[in-house]
Structure formats: structure tokens, C-alpha cells
Design a protein around this ligand. Structure first.
Ligand SMILES: [Zn+2]
Length: 265
């Protein structure tokens, strides 16, 4: 049965390390969809000379060398100038029906994009303890990172609420446990046919802007849950996080935020 495509632009919302790159690599295998990675971070990528996810510099990567000259120079210097029309320029030049963007927090900073027609939003939520363990690994400080996580969770939930029924919330843990079910639900949401090759993200070169290049990830199709937080966080850190995020129903309803540590002795 053929699906009726509902959206031309789809933005993924979520905290860093929410699993959006994997989601983008899978959906980018669809012949009707283009995922350019975190497009609203292109000014930062160019400014810092961050490579494309294919490993080449942005101006030598075949995809970006072709597409950068078509884009308004002002958006390459300041992402807040980006208009939906610029994303359509990229989408149409690549001859795709849907563009999926992974910029996450920066979508919130460009409010005009939220008023785009035929636009869908996906919030990819994840266990806050896993998100925060990733931030600590990068040198973050826990109380500060918890405040940021709460603030941005509220912002993402508001965007999702404001954009009903053209929005959906997914959980990273469901995605990695049942990738086919999750990818099928996203295809239904957008109105694209599901294809088995979407589950083989490593069988294709991807040209994601502002996406960390992990030599390990390249060419890999294996999907495995990352739950390093269980070993990395101390019982005190877990108790603090649980206490601070318990009031957010999104997390309280989905994760066991009760402290399971038994008293010593
Ligand atoms: Zn590339």
C-alpha cells in the first residue's frame, strides 16, 4: 500500500548523545529522504573546519562541494538566518522529497522554522542518566548539566506539544531494542514506505555536517544499547539525578527513577 507523504521537512529534537546520528544514518538510506546531519550547525562546522562525516573537509567532500555554493552565504556564517526555503534548496538539489535535520537545540533558536508548512518534529528522548554520563565524560559538571537537561527537556516538550499532531516522541532505548519497529513508525509518521535497507546504515556513505566522525561507526550496521552510565555514575550521582528529574513525567513514566541502592551493612 502506498503511503501519502505528509512532511517535506522533519526536525529531530533531543539532547546531545540522544542517538539522533544513528536515526539519521538509517533514514538517510531512504531514496526519497536526505539527511544532511546537523545542518543548522553548518556555520560552526565551517568556522572550526570540522570534517563531513565521510571524513573529508567540507569543501572537498563531493556532497558539500556541490551543495555549499548553492546556499546563501549569510546562512553559512550565521545559522539564525536560515529559512525553510534554504533547506528546500538543498532537498530539491539532491532530488529528495523529505529533508531530515538533526540540529536539535538549534531548531529552537530559529523560531521561524517552527512555522514551516508540511513540517514534522521528532523528539528522541533518552534516559537522563545516560545523557548526563555522556556529558560528564566530556568534562561537564553534574549540577550544571542537570539544570541544562531539565531546561531543554521542557523546551523540547513545549515544541512537541505546540506542534501536535505533527510531532512524535520516541525513546532511544525502544529504538535500539526494536530498530525496525521504530523506523517503521517514523516512516508511517512522515508518510514514506518502509524499506529493509534502512536497517543497514553502514552500507552507504553519509555526508553529515557537524557530526562526529567515528571510524568505528563507519560501515557498521550493528546496533547495541549504550548503558555505560550504569558503571560510570556513582550511587550518589544517580540519586541526585533521580531526585532532580523525577518531577518530569516524560522521565518518571518511562524510567525507574527510584534509588535501588541498598543501605550498607
Ligand atoms: Zn562528505
Amino acid at each position: 500500500m502506498s503511503q501519502l507523504q505528509k512532511y517535506d521537512l522533519v526536525f529531530v529534537l533531543g539532547h546531545s548523545h540522544c542517538g539522533s546520528t544513528l536515526l539519521g544514518r538509517m533514514l538517510n538510506r531512504h531514496p526519497d529522504l536526505l539527511c544532511p546531519g546537523e545542518f543548522l550547525w553548518i556555520d560552526d562546522a565551517l568556522d572550526k573546519n570540522l570534517p563531513c562525516s565521510c571524513g573529508l573537509a567540507m569543501n572537498t567532500c563531493p556532497f558539500w562541494a556541490e551543495h555549499l555554493p548553492r546556499l546563501p552565504p549569510k546562512i553559512l556564517k550565521d545559522y539564525t538566518q536560515t529559512r525553510a526555503a534554504d533547506l528546500h534548496t538543498l532537498r530539491l538539489a539532491a532530488n529528495r522529497k523529505v529533508l531530515l535535520d538533526l540540529s536539535k537545540s538549534r531548531f529552537y533558536r530559529v523560531p521561524r522554522l517552527a512555522r514551516t508548512e508540511r513540517m514534522g518534529l521528532i523528539f528522541l528522548a533518552r534516559d537522563p542518566r545516560a545523557l548526563l554520563a555522556s556529558r560528564l565524560r566530556e568534562g561537564g559538571e553534574l549540577p550544571h548539566e542537570i539544570r541544562k537537561l531539565r531546561k531543554w527537556t521542557g523546551r523540547f516538550l513545549d515544541l512537541i506539544d505546540d506542534h501536535q499532531p505533527d510531532s512524535m516522541t520516541l525513546f532511544y532505548e525502544d529504538f535500539v531494542a526494536q530498530p525496525e519497529k521504530t523506523i517503521r513508525s517514523i516512516c508511517t509518521f512522515i508518510g514514506l514506505e518502509f524499506r529493509p535497507e534502512l536497517l543497514q546504515p553502514g552500507d552507504q556513505e553519509h555526508h553529515f555536517c557537524h557530526s562526529s566522525v567515528s571510524p568505528y561507526l563507519k560501515g557498521k550496521n550493528e546496533i547495541r544499547i549504550d548503558d555505560r552510565w550504569r558503571r560510570e555514575l556513582s550511587p550518589d550521582q544517580i540519586a541526585l539525578i533521580n531526585r532532580k528529574v523525577r518531577k518530569i513525567p516524560l522521565y518518571a513514566d518511562r524510567y525507574d527513577l527510584n534509588d535501588s541502592t541498598m543501605p550498607a551493612g
